[in-house]
Design a protein around this ligand. Sequence first.
Ligand code: S3P
Length: 185
Amino acid sequence: MKQMKKNGQGKAFPYNIFLIGFMGSGKSTISKYMKKTYGMEVAEMDQLIEQRENLSISEIFRIHGEEYFRSLETNLLVEIQKRTNTVVSCGGGVPMRACNVREMKKNGRVVLLTASPETILERVKNSHDRPLLEDHKDVDYISELMEKRREKYEEAADVKIETDQKDMQTICEEIIKKLQELDQV
Ligand code: S3P
């Protein structure tokens, strides 16, 4: 960790960082920022799945069903093990499968990003690429689904970062500080 560099040279982290959290918790945005600032590689799971299937996430859900999509996620996680120095932006449902959590922990640290249902709604309200929220863009529905997932999210997490009302730099610095603290234990 001490050798972390901002210029893309060298290894920022001796493991992969898996960003987990509810839809709209900021995983994609933060992973892009980590790439820019710390020269890490990025694996954006939803985007990789879309490219490989040549379908959008919504189309995959509609044509093949959710279970098919969940298996694509699990297979991709296994493949990602071959990478290093990568920040992985996981789909929001990834921690719901125990096998996915085991896979992430093999060569990675798991960082949970959280935000209030109100913040989540604000961030997702204008997008149409999340089939699970498409007809449910309201605080009650988001709160309920978040509550159903909370335990699994928290069990999977090595560190937890609240993102409400924080800018990207603050969030990234918190991630790095908490990971460093973890490494020193
Ligand atoms: C999902 C989250 C989405 C995407 C899919 C299912 C979920 O990713 O994988 O729509 O179950 O929470 P984001 O968390 O990146 O929006």
